[in-house]
Design a protein around this ligand. Structure first.
Ligand code: COA
Length: 322
């Protein structure tokens, strides 16, 4: 049996840090409100000369270094992002060029915050069915570029960052199951009002920024985390106790805690980085995993359940052995 196994993981955070205290200077908010409602303390913001592709490249290079893989060995590059550098070409193609990889398919997936899980699902199917031996899956976002800094209800929530995983075909267990879903009925709850075909203004009018009904998104997110985690574990005839680590999408500490509680998952087995990174959309799960791996918390052989939820709504989970 062929598995897609994570051979290396990497991440990158822009140097500039925006703390809650910094936001207090910019808008009518407080460190106390942000911490209490979201658990977020600070977020990283891309420098003017950084883009989604450039931070994705940094994360990819770290993952490839850990995996011992060179650019000419890549058979697939997928970037989960809703903030690509340009409409065309895909951020994945820009990363491919800068890595010096030629010829393999390179494509972006816009599944908002579920983009990395969608990418894992794609790469898993690709490697398992003999499409190639090595895939690079990245989640990278520069959400600061579509954040309305005059809207305190959303501006405090988001950050920039990138995470990447190198997957290799292996006879040792890797990804055990993935499930991805979406329901476009919820389009209006979390969106940018304008876009390319709907009308795009390069000066970034408010229509280009993220808008959200926070309460409604919160409720859906908690219920969905619970149902998708159970779906994945049941598919494997397993039990939640078999999982060593739960890595949820890092949107809000209250959503993470509520989801863990519903699942009966003790917080010691939950990887949470939202305090340091805020919501980095598709980047949040690989960023959190990379940190936990490099800190020595997640070890080879550990069973990991990942679950994401985002605009669309999209949602998805992956169960894997590291
Ligand atoms: N600073 C201070 N006050 C703020 C604020 C801020 N940054 N943002 C909102 N408020 C105010 C509101 O204006 C409101 O004031 P009012 O009662 O006088 O009208 C009050 O705080 C409560 O707002 P509410 O929206 O009910 O707060 P909440 O407890 O629902 O928390 C979120 C708001 C956004 C933190 C929460 O709804 C949330 O996390 N939702 C999910 C968001 C998310 O993760 N989305 C991405 C999913 S991928």
């Amino acid at each position: 049996m062929t598995y897609a196994r994570i051979a290396g993981i990497g991440s990158y955070l822009p140097e500039k840090v925006l703390s809650n205290a910094d936001l207090e200077e910019m808008m009518d908010t407080s460190d106390e409100w942000i911490r209490e409602r979201t658990g977020i303390k600070r977020r990283h913001i891309a420098a003017d000369d950084e883009t989604t592709a450039s931070i994705a490249l940094n994360a990819a290079q770290r993952a490839m270094e850990m995996a011992g893989v060179t650019a000419d060995e890549l058979d697939l590059i997928v970037v989960g992002t809703c903030t690509p550098d340009k409409v065309i070409p895909a951020a994945a193609c820009i990363v491919q060029r800068r890595l010096g990889s030629v010829g393999c398919p390179a494509v972006d997936i816009n599944a908002a915050c579920s983009g990395f899980i969608y990418g894992l699902d794609y790469a898993n199917r690709y490697l398992r069915t003999g499409g190639g031996k090595t895939a690079l899956v990245i989640g990278a976002e520069t959400l600061s570029r579509i954040t309305n800094w005059d809207d305190r209800t959303t501006a405090v929530l988001f950050g920039d960052g990138a995470g990447a995983a190198v997957l290799q075909a292996s006879d040792k267990p890797g990804i055990l199951a993935t499930h991805i879903h979406s329901n476009g009925e919820y389009e209006d709850l979390l969106q940018t009002r304008n876009g390319v075909s709907l009308g795009f203004d390069a000066s970034c009018t408010p229509g280009a920024y993220i808008e959200m009904n926070g309460n409604a998104v919160f409720k859906r997110a908690v219920a969905t985390f619970d149902s998708m985690a159970r779906e994945t574990v049941a598919d494997l005839d397993g039990h939640l106790e078999d999982i060593d680590w739960f890595i949820p999408h890092q949107a809000n500490m209250r959503i993470i805690t509520a989801a863990a509680k519903k699942l009966g998952m003790p917080m010691e087995r939950v990887i949470a980085t939202v305090d340091e990174h805020a919501n980095t959309s598709a980047a949040s799960i690989p960023l959190a995993m990379d940190l936990a791996v490099r800190e020595g918390r997640i070890k080879r052989g550990d069973k990991i359940l990942m679950a994401a939820f985002g605009a669309g709504f999209t949602w998805g989970s992956a169960m894997l052995e590291f």
